[in-house]
Ligand binder design. Structure first.
Ligand code: G
Ligand code: G
Ligand code: G
Ligand code: MN
Ligand code: NA
Length: 245
């Protein structure tokens, strides 16, 4: 398809663009963090990741795309002087490739950003067949000093299984729960319980899809550590969220 050709060209020509969305501590302390979201430009238009990540996965080039965006994002973070954590989405398809961990290590060594400022997000939305291979990868990442986050928590069928089995440092609550919280008592109960569970496990919590001041206030009242969403900041090419857009 047209999209396949466009994605292939963008990867071959190293034209994958990192966008950065701010993640802030709800108490306002510290430098905060950014989540990196890939974009590619097609005919002058910026395409969002949900329009091409699946295509890249099907074509077997997602590991190349992920590596490119990590390299470009770390370079941008170094230049901008941003001092917080940098979160990257990784596709399970890339993780099960044995050379991918070496690629990551090389990219990070060559950047000026230490592994303890880098967090890899794995969404529980994707089904993973080989959990022991994934576990092996996670153990290696942790031993290199990288952080691990479970993304879209609550959206899949095996939330508890993932949480029991893998050593996550951060838990990102599925945005739909957060967006619905103001109007849905049930969603509020889920969010409160997920936060309590994570706290008891010493895992830091991020609320996604914080789209209004009212939701941010509720997130604060629930004692959640971090917030992300359009009300906090939109994805942009600026990697230093402390300096504004
Ligand atoms: O930015 P957007 O809302 O379009 O992102 C859609 C989805 O694509 C999200 O689930 C996000 O996790 C994923 N995504 C964004 N950037 C990357 C990337 O660089 N690599 C991978 N594997 N997934 C990404
Ligand atoms: O699956 P993941 O959480 O990585 O997806 C991130 C995607 O969610 C990004 O593409 C980003 O554009 C989108 N996003 C970020 N903040 C908000 C928000 O407040 N509301 C909605 N609807 N989408 C958001
Ligand atoms: O940036 P602006 O205020 O023009 O955005 C208008 C609408 O476009 C927002 O309310 C939001 O729903 C959507 N939007 C803006 N940026 C993003 C983005 O990065 N990802 C997604 N999924 N939607 C966005
Ligand atoms: Mn994510
Ligand atoms: Na998410």
């Amino acid at each position: 398809s047209d999209m396949s050709v466009a994605v292939m060209n963008a990867v071959n020509e190293r034209r994958v663009i990192p966008f950065f969305q701010p993640i802030v501590a709800v108490n306002g302390e510290g430098p905060g963090a950014v989540e990196v979201l890939s974009r590619i430009e097609i005919n002058g238009e910026i395409m969002r990741a949900d329009q091409f990540i699946e295509v890249a996965e099907k074509m077997g080039i997602i590991h190349r795309l992920d590596a490119l965006v990590i390299e470009a994002a770390l370079e941008s973070v170094h230049r901008s002087g941003f001092e917080g954590h940098v979160f990257f989405n990784l596709s399970p398809r890339a993780l099960v490739l044995s050379e991918f961990i070496r690629t990551l290590r090389t990219i990070v060594h060559q950047s000026k950003i230490p592994p303890n400022r880098i967090v890899f997000e794995i969404t529980e939305r994707d089904t993973v067949k080989n959990l022991s291979l994934l576990e092996q990868f996670f153990v290696e990442l942790k031993s290199e000093g990288f952080g691990l986050a479970i993304d879209d928590f609550g959206s899949g069928f095996s939330s508890f299984h993932y949480l029991r089995r893998f050593p996550f440092d951060f838990l990102k609550i599925e945005g739909d729960f957060i967006a619905n919280m103001l109007h849905s008592e049930r969603d509020r109960i889920f969010v409160r319980s997920i936060n309590e569970l994570a706290r008891a496990l010493n895992i830091q919590v991020i609320a996604e899809y914080v789209e209004s001041e009212e939701v941010l206030e509720m997130v604060r009242q629930l004692g959640i550590d971090y917030a992300q969403g359009y009300h906090v900041g939109r994805p942009s090419q600026n990697s230093n969220v402390k300096l504004g857009a």
